[in-house]
Design a protein around this ligand. Structure first.
Ligand code: PGA
Length: 250
């Protein structure tokens, strides 16, 4: 079974409500009729409105983060149940900005990832090394540890697990991993999925690349064997550039 590519836009802490709705409508109108899955992760406060605005289209709407507890006294946090309640179908965990700017620990990231999966949503688990880690030859070790946040005995549906490989040095910097660097790490990730789960599971999981992916470099990255989509930040904030990346996946 070939893997259907998944292109997801991570809007981060961007857009007003009006801009979010405009962007979602523009993307929803331009989604090709098949061959690629397309999703956007707006800021929490606009998810509901974006879900409403994209009704009847193939646009998936997700969240950038969540909390692992179900309900309760967790001021400021958002539960998986609440995300599902308003129509979000996927959720990121372990984005590098959560890990390195908001200082989330591997333990917290892992708990969130399992809450997303166990709640029935699609999990996009983000992994990726920092520049000093790449330069000192530790990139694979770092990615391996971040993948170990996921427990194979608790995650058994490969269609609801997506790994996003996002080298931190490529995020928002304009500096993209080369096609070869991406493919090499994606293959390493797939081998590790195979070791920890099994061959069929590993072959079915989509592995997205993220980090300054844009229309000009998307085709080269997406045609590599183990690159099954993209997690897009900056270039996801304009329907035109995001859709150009979506079309590059076909
Ligand atoms: P970028 O962000 O495309 O702006 O580099 C990617 C991401 O952080 O998901």
């Amino acid at each position: 079974m070939p893997r259907t590519p998944f292109i997801a836009g991570n809007w981060k802490m961007n857009t007003t409500k009006a801009q979010a709705l405009d962007l979602a409508r523009g993307i929803a109108r331009g989604i090709p009729s098949g061959g690629v899955q397309v999703g956007v992760a707006p800021p929490f406060v606009y998810i509901d409105a974006v879900v409403q605005a994209s009704r009847g289209s193939n646009l998936l709407v997700g969240a950038q983060d969540c909390y692992f507890e179900k309900f309760g006294a967790f001021t400021g946090e958002i539960a998986v149940e609440q995300l599902k309640d308003i129509g979000a179908t996927f959720c990121l965990t372990g984005h590098s900005e959560r890990r390195h700017v908001l200082r989330e620990s591997p333990d917290l990231v892992g708990r969130k990832a399992h809450a997303v999966y166990e709640g029935g949503m699609t999990l996009i688990h983000c992994v990726g090394e920092k520049l000093d880690e790449r330069d000192s030859g530790k990139a694979q070790k770092v990615v391996e540890q971040q993948l170990e946040e996921l427990d194979p005995s608790k995650i058994d549906d490969p269609s609801r697990l997506v790994i996003a490989y996002e080298p931190v040095w490529a995020i928002g910097t304009g500096r993209t991993a080369t096609d070869d660097q991406a493919q090499e790490m994606h293959l390493f990730i797939r081998d590790m999925l195979e070791r920890r789960w099994n061959t069929n599971f590993a072959n079915a999981v989509r592995i997205q690349y993220g980090g300054s992916m844009k229309p000009e470099n998307a085709k080269g990255l997406l045609k590599r064997n183990d690159v099954d989509g993209g997690l897009i930040g900056g270039a996801a904030l304009k329907a035109e550039s995001f859709l150009a990346i979506v079309n590059a996946a076909l």
